[in-house]
Design a protein around this ligand. Structure first.
Ligand SMILES: Nc1nc2c(ncn2[C@@H]2O[C@H](COP(=O)(O)OP(=O)(O)OP(=O)(O)O)[C@@H](O)[C@H]2O)c(=O)[nH]1
Ligand SMILES: [Mg+2]
Length: 407
């Protein structure tokens, strides 16, 4: 089975994200004719003009409100690969999709309307994507038909975007710009005859040929994120996802932060090895039966020789490559909105703990800052690893208000 590469579509409201997805699906024949017909008929019978975005935004509620309400994952069939296009309506959805989705994207398509230019959500999404570790970016300069396909309009916007991207530490060699009309189909899958001054990649060619295959963290040491635990025939099965590395039957495993003595936690982040309680993987289970080895990205259940007595949020790691453990976290953070109090909930991987915000004092919504947090209980994490164990989300009364990295 081919691996589906997740690609997140970001950009300001109404700049054409859903239309771009619709166009990609249509021109690659990823969508069945019957589905297209069905949507056209629904539009006709409800007196609406057919919109490509309806291929994606086909929930009834959404159609009524004319805005993407829920995240959609659409399957795009390329010649070489399969892609999962992730349409995110807002900041919170972008963050939760990227951090809790079965697989988070390493590539983003940013849609910017050439008519409207750079807007608030354009900038916010770029900041968030950067913090979430997205390095490769296809910048779709959309609605070129609205400016008569003029090169100057494209050039001016590209120049402004280049300056912004540089300031945000995106590297130019990983970024491509495309003059596009998603509505008319210029340079999305087919080369445009209306944009003669552009003789370069289409969006689809970029996806198929240019961007580097996602690093699925296979080469790193293993971390197994526990989502659930249940008992079956007196055996304890730990359900979770291999976030990085490889998990093998017979391998030693340590559950963190539980399986180390608290004395070491108080004194330092790095744990002396002698204080660690080791366990061993007896079996690795999947829906299809037992396997010897599970790799990064796989969801499996494991049974250990000793009952682990761990819980959701625990990380299983190799005794020689343990993550950090601490109650203090710091790094960079982007505030979607200001917190209503200092007492927040911090989520990292599958762990979730109460946290007190120590820094910053002054929070400006829509801005990045440095932060410092004190957690109620220690958690395991991996600073600067690019895996989700180096990212946090802060919640205030159940709502996502910020996303950050751990440095
Ligand atoms: N003329 C023209 N109109 C476009 C183009 N792309 C999108 N549109 C129109 O712009 C409007 C918004 O497009 P959507 O694809 O729904 O935008 P979106 O970014 O998904 O919007 P939200 O989901 O609400 O954030 C629709 O009416 C589209 O038909 C384009 O290339 N040219
Ligand atoms: Mg949309």
């Amino acid at each position: 089975m081919k691996q589906e590469i997740p690609i997140v579509i970001i950009g300001h409201q109404d700049h054409g994200k859903s239309t771009l997805i619709g166009r990609l699906l249509l021109d690659t024949k990823s969508i069945q004719k019957s589905r297209l017909k069905e949507i056209k008929e629904t539009d006709k019978s409800s007196g609406q003009k057919f919109e490509l975005a309806h291929l994606v935004d086909s929930f009834k509620q959404e159609r009524e409100r004319k805005m993407t309400m829920d995240t959609t994952r659409a399957l795009l069939k390329g010649k070489k690969q399969l892609y999962q296009l992730i349409d995110v309506p807002g900041h919170a959805e972008l963050i939760s999709q990227m951090l809790t989705g079965a697989s988070s994207a390493e590539v983003a398509l940013l849609v910017v309307s050439v008519k409207e230019g750079i807007r608030e959500q354009t900038l916010d999404h770029l900041e968030i994507a950067q913090l979430l570790g997205i390095e490769q970016l296809g910048v779709v300069i959309n609605q070129m038909d609205k400016v008569d396909y003029k090169k100057r309009a494209f050039d001016v916007l590209v120049n402004d975007l280049k300056k912004i991207l540089e300031n945000m530490n995106y590297k130019s060699k990983h970024i491509h710009f495309f003059p596009v009309s998603a509505w008319k189909g210029d340079n999305v899958v087919k080369k445009s005859s209306r944009i003669s001054w552009y003789d370069n990649l289409t969006v689809m060619e970029f996806l198929e040929n240019k961007f580097l295959r996602p690093k699925i963290h296979e080469s790193l040491s293993f971390h197994f994120l526990i989502q659930d635990i249940y008992e079956h025939e007196n055996e304890e099965i730990l359900i979770g996802r291999v976030e990085s590395g490889e998990l093998k039957q017979g391998q030693e495993i340590v559950f963190l932060p539980e399986n180390i003595r608290t004395r070491s936690l108080r004194s330092q982040n790095l744990v002396p090895r002698k204080l660690i309680i080791k366990n061993k993987i007896k079996a690795i289970k999947t829906a299809e039966g037992n396997i010897d080895k599970a790799v990064a990205g796989q969801n499996v259940g494991i049974i250990c020789e000793e009952k682990s007595q761990t819980k959701r949020g625990t990380i299983g790691s190799h005794p020689n490559a343990l993550p950090n453990i601490s109650k203090m976290l710091s790094g960079e953070i982007f505030w979607i909105r200001a917190p209503s109090q200092k007492q927040l909930v911090c989520e990292c991987g599958t762990s979730r703990v109460n946290a007190t915000l120590l820094k910053p004092d002054k929070i400006i919504s829509g801005k990045k800052s440095l932060y410092k947090l004190r957690l109620e209980k220690p958690i395991a994490f991996e600073p600067q690893s690019k895996t989700i164990l180096s990212k946090i989300v802060l919640k205030d009364q159940g709502h996502i208000i910020a996303v950050g990295n751990i440095q």
